[in-house]
Structures are given as C-alpha cells and as structure tokens.
Design a protein around this ligand. Structure first.
Ligand code: CO
Length: 469
C-alpha cells in the first residue's frame, strides 16, 4: 500500500521551468501509456503557460492537446493549474467566463483543478471552487507560499494553516502548498505541514522547485511531517528550476513506512523516453545549462526563476544589463510597498517590471505601470499587508481603493466574446482561447483555417491563401 503519492510534473511544470514551456504534444504522446501504467497519483498536464505556449509558439490547440493526453491516460488523474479569477490569463475575468472555463476543462479530461490566487485572497477562488464542485471535479486549493520579514507577520505557518482551514471550509478536496520559488526550507516545511495537517482533514500536497538546491530535502521533511502527495519530475527533466527527481525520492522511500509503491524499472522506461529529448533541448539551446545550477538568488532575493529571466530580458532590451543587482535589491522594496504580495503570476511580473522602472527611471515610482497602480487600487484583491495610505496616495492620488471582490463589478462577458470569435470558431472551446489570449488566439485560428485549406505554414501566403512555393 503506497503511503506517499506522487504527482508527476514532466508534461507541465518541469518543461515550463526548464525549457520555457516548449515541449510539443508529439514529444509527450509516445510515453503517456507507460506513464499511465506506473501508478502515479496524478499527472500534471495543463496550466496557464502550457496553454499560452501552445497557441503562441507551437501552433497547437491546447484543448486538442488535453484531449490527446486524456485519450492515452485512461486511469491516472490529470490535473491542471488555475489562477483563480485570472483563469489562465493575467487579468480578472467575469464569473461566467471562469465557470465556463472550468466546465470545459473538466469536459475535456481534467480531474483535479489546482486553484490559487497570487495574493492568497480567498474571494478570488470562490467562483472557480464552486464551478469545479458543480462539474464534479476535485478542488485542490493552493496556498501561494512566500516569506516576508517576521515583523510584518504576513506569512507565518500559523497563518497559512488558518488559510488552509478556510479553503477546506470553502469546499476544497485537498490543499496544495505551492512553493513556486523554492523558498520553503526543509525544517520549515516540516513545521508548516505539521501545522496544516493538524488543522485540516483533507489531504495535503507539496509543490516545490529545486531552484535553490533544497527541493528533495524539503520534500523529505514534509513527508516525515505527514504530507500526502508530493510533486516530482522524471529525472531527465528534474532539478534546477524544475522539481526534484521522481526516481531519487522513490528510491529514498523504498522499504520505509512512506514507500510510494512505484517501481524504479518502470520509471526508467519513462526516463529513457525523455533522456534523448533533454539532449536535443540542450543541443538546440532551448535548455540553458544555467537553469540547471543551484541558484542562490532564489534564497537571497526570493525571486522565482521565471521572474528572474524576465528581469534579465527587460534590462537587456533597455540596454541596462549591468543594473541587474540593483533591480534584484529593488524587488523586495517594491514588494514591501505593495503590501508583500507573494511573487507568482501575475504579481511577480507586476512587481518585477515596477522594480525595473524604478531603477532605470532614476527615481522611484516616477513611472508606474497601470498594473502596479491596479495592485495598489485593490484590483487584484486584498494584499497580505495593507498598503500604507501615504504611499497609495503617491501612486494613485485620490482614487478609491476597492474593498469588494474585484470580479463583483465585472459584467458577464461570455456572450460578447462569442460574438467576437464567431469568424474563427470551429469548437465551443475557441471562445475561451480567445478570451484569454485574444490576438495570439486569432493568429492561431488564422493559421488553423489556412491549414484546413491545405496551406502549410512553411511556404504559404496566409492572406492570399495560396502556397508561395
Ligand atoms: Co511550480
């Protein structure tokens, strides 16, 4: 009887963290039946970045990917990551879009929806949780894990346990500790898991990253504290900014009271599929050895891997690459000003971009992005610590800070979106792709349409609908 359950992340977070989410469906399909056989508790298969990348870079329909995966994975649960009221996008959507997205995700094959909010404002999870329950899915409510200076008392293990309890009361079937930046240290994980397990009755899952070199140790201490499920990645796509390796953990627990019950020989068949792909990614430069190193910045500056690479590229574009250290030191200050939000999409981008502006603008907050103003206005929800009124005045003047659930003021938008997507829609789900990634989705729809006229992408003139060669 397996005591610790494994969620395998290779087809979602592992490649999102290592190769900018560029794994293609065709690279996954041949191994899915083996992955289904192995005995994982679940396979993480879908999320915001995979959805975006399918449309934007891979010319793939993310819905079709999900259906193809489901077709091969008949027994193991499939799970996805869901940004609460942001769905898989970067802004708040009206409830009708959130509900419809949940409905279609489950109808196309998702079993477990891991729902989080960047600010841990539970009001932003309400609609997605209710919709998942209604559709018969498993609600996994996630805590966006972060740390902040002890004196602000914003992120304590007691506070997180209390939040877990509230999520359980809202109808969660399990809790996920989502440590997106690899900040959770092993002994702290032990304490946090103990406190949550003492507070809730539902299973607890731990999601972490190996970025700072702590991943496997953190999982082990969490297991000793009684965590039920852990996220790992098959070895060729593990470590660095990805998850700790599945096989090493399985071997560690073998013969103990925590034995996962997974067979290393069966796992090896999966590793053998991904090993040549890893070599290919390295050779093409898609996998940069830099992301495989232990990164102390993660611990020093508490910046998630994806956010760090965004900062690097923003500075490069501005021709100010030498300012990276200054920006990294500015990030915690901006975060403090903004009420200590956890740094996860979209707050990580918002805080990061504002820190870049503050440094290259020569004066702090001389230029403010609309998104940063939005955070201060409460448009993303309640920040963990109240924003200092004087600071708020400096950023948004006399504008009112909203104190209701941000989506309460959003009018239903599905019908309007349906009208807009009409020229391209060939399936009901297209309206959701359009809702989330409007221009990117349209570009994809156009290419799909042309492919239907038998024009292939390499040598087609899409406007004239003819082949140029
Ligand atoms: Co992650």
């Amino acid at each position: 009887m397996a005591k610790v359950k494994i969620c395998e992340t290779v087809i979602r977070d592992a490649h999102q963290s290592l190769i900018a989410t560029r794994m293609k469906t065709e690279e996954m399909l041949p191994i899915l039946e083996q992955m289904d056989k192995v005995g994982y508790y679940s396979i993480e298969a879908w999320g915001g970045a995979t959805f975006d990348s399918c449309l934007r870079f891979l010319n793939e329909d993310p819905w079709e990917r999900l259906r193809k995966i489901r077709d091969k994975v008949k027994n193991t649960k499939l799970q996805m990551l869901f940004r609460g009221q942001n769905i898989l996008g970067y802004r708040h959507y009206a409830d009708d879009v959130v509900e419809y997205f949940v409905q279609k995700s489950i109808a196309n094959g998702i079993d477990i929806i891991r729902i989080f909010d960047a600010l841990n404002d539970k009001r932003n999870l309400e609609t997605a949780i209710k919709a998942t329950i209604k559709e018969g899915g498993h609600v996994q409510a996630a805590i966006s894990y972060t740390i902040s200076p002890p004196h602000v008392k914003a992120h304590t293990n007691e506070g997180f346990a209390q939040y877990a309890k509230e999520l359980e009361e809202m109808g969660a079937n399990s809790i996920c500790i989502k440590d997106m930046a690899g900040l959770l240290t092993p002994y702290n994980a032990y304490d946090l898991v103990k406190k949550i397990k003492n507070t809730v009755k539902i299973p607890v899952e731990l999601h972490t990253h190996s970025t700072s070199g702590l991943g496997s140790m953190t999982l082990l201490k969490a297991i000793e504290a009684g965590v039920d499920i852990v996220d790992t990645a098959i070895s060729p796509m593990a470590l660095g900014t990805s998850q700790p390796p599945t096989e090493a953990l399985v071997a560690t627990l073998q013969g103990t009271e925590f034995d996962t019950g997974l067979d290393l020989k069966e796992l090896d068949k999966i590793a053998k599929h991904f090993m040549p792909l890893r070599e290919q990614y390295l050779a093409s430069g898609l996998l940069d050895p830099k992301v495989l190193k232990v990164d102390v910045n993660a611990l020093l500056y508490q910046v998630p891997g994806g956010m760090l690479s965004n900062l690097v590229s923003q500075l490069k574009q501005a021709g100010q690459s030498d300012k990276l250290t200054e920006v990294l030191e500015e990030v915690p200050r901006v975060r403090a000003d903004a009420g200590y939000p956890p740094l996860v999409t979209p707050s990580s981008q918002i805080v990061g971009t504002q820190a870049v502006f503050n440094v290259i603008g020569g004066e702090r907050y001389k230029m403010c992005t609309n998104e940063f103003k939005g955070v201060i206005r409460g448009e993303y929800g309640k920040t963990p610590v109240a924003v200092d009124p004087e600071f708020a005045k400096k950023i948004i003047g006399d504008e009112k800070v909203i104190d209701y659930r941000p989506a309460d003021k959003l009018k239903p938008e599905l019908e309007t979106l349906r009208e807009k997507v009409k020229p391209w829609a060939i399936q009901e789900e297209d309206v959701l792709s359009y809702a989330l990634f409007e221009q990117v989705a349209v570009k994809f729809f156009e290419q799909r349409k042309n492919a239907m006229y038998n024009l292939d992408g390499a040598n087609a003139d899409f406007d004239k609908k003819i082949h140029t060669v």
